[in-house]
Ligand binder design. Structure first.
Ligand code: 5GP
Ligand code: ZN
Length: 114
């Protein structure tokens, strides 16, 4: 299922260009347009899922996290450490209503987030 109004569904459909870094049958990884770290990649399900709160498929969740891990390794940030985060809903700071995991690394990240 895809949503014609959804930005990330349109990236999956090829209607909006993105720099892809990994892809399989269910998941896609591409570079964030506004990187917050030297490596900033988004990992998304190809089918529309609004947020983590709407995710009911545990196997899909595992596949997304596995791709996030593999992207970190491929980007060369795994050894020094990195962060995977998904902002959920208004208080979480989610701005695109299609589930995505941010993979951030390549610099020392601060904690806690704002
Ligand atoms: P959120 O704020 O929902 O956690 O993350 C949305 C992310 O999507 C942001 O980091 C933002 O920079 C990224 N983004 C928004 N529009 C585009 C786009 O058209 N292409 C790409 N590659 N990233 C986008
Ligand atoms: Zn979507």
């Amino acid at each position: 299922m895809s949503n014609a109004q959804c930005l990330f569904c349109r990236i999956v459909a090829g209607e909006i260009p993105a720099t892809k870094v990994a892809e399989n049958a269910d998941c896609l990884a591409f570079r964030d347009i506004g990187p917050q770290a030297p490596t900033h990649v988004l990992v998304i399900p190809k089918r529309h899922v609004g947020s983590l709160d709407a995710l009911s498929d545990g196997a899909l969740g595992a596949a997304l996290l596995a791709m996030a891990r593999d992207v970190a390794r491929a980007e060369g940030i795994a050894a020094d450490g990195y962060r995977v985060v998904t902002n959920t809903g208004a208080n979480g700071g989610q701005s695109v209503a299609h589930l995505h995991f941010h993979v951030l690394g390549g610099r020392k990240l601060t904690w806690p987030p704002g």
